[in-house]
Design a binder for this molecule. Structure first.
Ligand SMILES: *Cc1c(COP(=O)(O)O)cnc(C)c1O
Length: 425
């Protein structure tokens, strides 16, 4: 076969796009070259339904070693007693948690999507909202999780499960308080740390593991691994909720979760991606990842200050983590307009609903801005000032094509200081 230039030319074009732009999508990052190299390898050819030592296919002895290594490294990162590295994505990990814990029609409590929550936390468009009865808590007018409302709703509704975690929330979580509320009503606490996991891994944010029964994450956001999901338990438990496997047997939570991933909701695992997860977990265990996490927080603080100085309105007035949510109403801009205009200058971020937004989710009043990707590229606090300068210039001149295209050139020149995958051409 000839090389498929049609596809590889497009991949090359995407590499150039990533090189030239400023990537501020809070859920994105750039993996190391090693992580990408591991993904493009032969375990992709292998069927390995089941788990190490208990597979449904022959010839799994090597992928067993790969998957066991990934599990062992992940357990070490979060000081866990059990982990599953097979979920294909964050949404798949969450689907398995639901399947392990909840029967169709049962109630759970999660953060409202319009206040920063995730689709899999009960959106009516998602399996979580269609299969189960979703009840939501929100944030206060100051933009902080409304723990009093969470408590009041938990007491009235008696949910089977309470989910904490978000996709667009810039503050840390009070996991201890949520657990205390859950204990009063007999609910399971499930923390979805898809966004801040890399900061939690290095002790830079509150640790959910001692307070939350089950923890899930993506691997491709602040953890900087390949696209994928994981589920973890610090302490396994014979669940006091009487949860049973499909045959009606009481099981340890770890075993219920394993069954919910496979065969419950997935088929064969992506062992080449699991190999890449193992590589990224090795990088996280290295001391240098602590410096990366600290730089993320310093950059987010510097960026938040730079926005505030220019009169931007930050939800909750700041950030504890890697992202910030900005209400653009005082700038007479919608999130949609801001996203589209910044895209033209090769500054990539996403429109986002702000709490109590009066605009539709397709328009929105805000933008979400995150620094994990630019921090990976080597930016420091002073560069955040430059980046916010570009953003402000574009937003203040959103209908001036000349200024936008000048900024695009300035962005390209600025990004040349931060080489991305110089080994690739
Ligand atoms: C990103 C995210 C997910 C889903 O991850 P995918 O890999 O896109 O399926 C789940 N939960 C939260 C809170 C997220 O931010």
């Amino acid at each position: 076969m000839q090389k498929d230039n049609q596809v590889f030319d497009l991949i090359k074009k995407e590499l150039e796009r990533q090189r030239h732009g400023i990537e501020l999508i809070a859920s994105e990052n750039f993996t190391s070259l090693q992580v990408m190299q591991a993904m493009g390898t032969v375990p992709t050819n292998k069927y390995a339904e089941g788990y190490p030592g208990k597979r449904y296919y022959g010839g799994c002895e090597v992928v067993d070693e790969i998957e066991t290594l990934a599990i062992d490294r992940l357990k070490k990162i979060f000081n866990c007693s059990w982990a599953n590295v097979q979920p294909h994505s964050g949404a798949s990990a969450n689907a398995a948690v639901f399947l392990a814990v909840m029967k169709a029609g049962e109630k759970f409590l999660g953060l409202d999507l319009s206040m920063g929550g995730h689709l899999t936390h009960g959106s009516p468009a998602n399996f979580s909202g269609k299969t189960y009865q979703a009840i939501h808590y929100g944030v206060t007018k100051d933009g902080i999780v409304d723990y009093d409302q969470l408590e009041a709703k938990a007491k009235v509704e008696k949910p089977k499960m309470i989910i904490c975690g978000a996709s667009a929330y810039s503050r840390d979580w009070d996991y201890k308080r949520i657990r205390a509320i859950a204990d009063e009503v007999g609910a399971i606490v499930f923390a979805d740390i898809a966004h801040p996991a890399g900061l939690i891994a290095k002790g830079l944010l509150n640790d959910p593991f001692d307070h939350c029964h089950i923890v899930s994450s993506t691997t491709h956001k602040t953890l900087r691994g390949p696209r994928g999901g994981i589920i973890m338990l610090r302490h396994d438990f014979e669940n006091p909720w009487g949860l049973k496997d499909p045959k009606g047997n009481l099981r340890m939570m770890s075993s219920l979760l394993d069954l919910a991933v496979f065969p419950g909701s997935q088929g064969g695992p992506l062992e080449h991606v699991i190999a890449a997860k193992a590589v990224s977990f090795g990088e996280i265990l290295d001391e240098s990842f602590t410096a990366y996490g600290k730089q993320i927080i310093n950059n987010a603080q510097a960026m938040a200050n730079a926005f505030v100085i220019r009169g931007y309105n930050l939800i909750s007035n700041g950030t504890d983590n890697h992202l910030m949510l900005i209400d653009l109403r005082n700038k007479n801009l919608t999130g949609k307009k801001a996203q589209e205009t910044l895209d033209k200058a090769h500054i990539t971020l996403n429109k986002n609903a702000v709490p109590f937004d009066d605009k539709s989710p397709f328009v929105t009043s805000g933008i979400r801005v995150g620094v994990p990707a630019v921090t990976t590229r080597g930016m420091l606090e002073a560069h955040m000032e430059t980046v916010v300068g570009f953003i402000d210039k574009v937003l203040l001149n959103a209908d001036d094509e000349k200024i936008i295209s000048e900024t695009k050139l300035a962005v390209k020149e600025f990004m040349a200081q931060f080489p991305l995958y110089p080994e690739l051409n």
